[in-house]
Design a protein around this ligand. Structure first.
Ligand code: FE
Ligand code: FE
Ligand code: ZN
Length: 293
């Protein structure tokens, strides 16, 4: 079964998240490892984690794609902010070993005027401080839209970070469709060109997960405003291509579209239909009906 899911509230712990995901028809999900505004993580319960592992096994789930708080900045100009980011990441990775073998996705960071090169150096330093040889969690760098001073707006920047990390065997990339389009990669015009470029610069073996979001803005806008599937500049054809391409169809796919849970459930149904070869115009019509209900 394809691993398709969405962002889920972390309220109630691991097993509660798994049940919530199941109720939406999801076979993977994302969650914030701690409050996105920072702060400390709740103490994790290993029996609860084990219950989630069992639920995932029984229901054919793909790997989870946990999300670090988006305020975490490994390349801040302020040492205390960098320090917090490192501590949060190290702690999150320890907790994730309770649900071994999943993904931990993070935004590389914003260089806040220090320059992309300095940002890349600081991010790699931070990763070198956090990654442990032999850890079962693969850490994913997310492709960024290039808003403000974000690092990771090009595949080259991500490749430079990876090159500087010692334990690069636990590093991968999560491609966000809204972000890459906003960054200037015309994924809706040619998925093939973008994937070939990814392969040339990073190698396709680094591509571990996808964030499926439509974009409110045209290609190259550097805005990072997510839209619901089919209602933005990417369109359902772009997602149909991703679901039918050998290079992407088996990756965990996470929706981060502006939706309530029922909106996510409708998009998950639509994505599964597209994967099965459904016509995009008809799928768009059923999606519109489901959204109105
Ligand atoms: Fe993200
Ligand atoms: Fe994303
Ligand atoms: Zn985004």
């Amino acid at each position: 079964m394809l691993a398709i899911g969405c962002h889920i509230s972390s309220a109630g712990g691991f097993e509660a998240m798994g049940k919530r995901a199941l109720s939406l028809g999801a076979t993977t999900f994302a969650y914030f490892t701690r409050n996105p505004r920072g702060g400390s993580a709740k103490k994790a319960d290993s029996a609860d984690a084990q219950a989630l592992v069992e639920l995932m096994g029984q229901n054919g789930f793909g790997r989870l794609v946990a999300h670090a708080p988006y305020t975490m900045n490994l390349c801040s100009a302020k040492p205390d902010v960098r320090d917090f980011a490192r501590r949060a990441m190290a702690e999150d990775l320890q907790t994730m070993e309770l649900v071994a073998g999943n993904y931990y996705n993070f935004h590389p960071g914003s260089h806040v005027g220090q320059g992309a090169q300095e940002g890349i150096r600081l991010i790699a330093d931070g990763l070198n401080a956090c990654l442990e040889p032999g850890q079962s969690t693969c850490v994913l760098l997310e492709t960024m839209a290039g808003k403000g001073t974000e690092v990771g707006r090009t595949f080259e920047e991500l490749a430079q970070i990876i090159e500087l990390v010692d334990h690069d065997e636990c590093l991968g990339v999560c491609l966000d469709t809204c972000h890459v389009s906003d960054a200037g990669y015309d994924i809706s015009a040619s998925l093939d060109d973008v994937l070939c470029d990814f392969d040339r610069v990073l190698g396709l073996s680094r591509l571990k997960a996808l964030h499926l979001n439509d974009s409110k803005n045209p290609v190259g806008s550097h805005k990072d405003r997510h839209e619901r599937l089919g209602l933005g500049h990417l369109g359902l054809d772009c997602f149909a291509a991703i679901l039918r391409d050998e290079r992407t169809k088996n990756l965990p796919m996470i929706l981060e579209t502006p939706n309530e849970p029922q909106g996510y459930a409708a998009e998950i149904v639509a994505l599964r239909a597209l994967a099965d070869g459904a016509d995009t115009t008809m799928t768009m019509a059923s999606l519109a009906t489901a959204r109105d209900e």
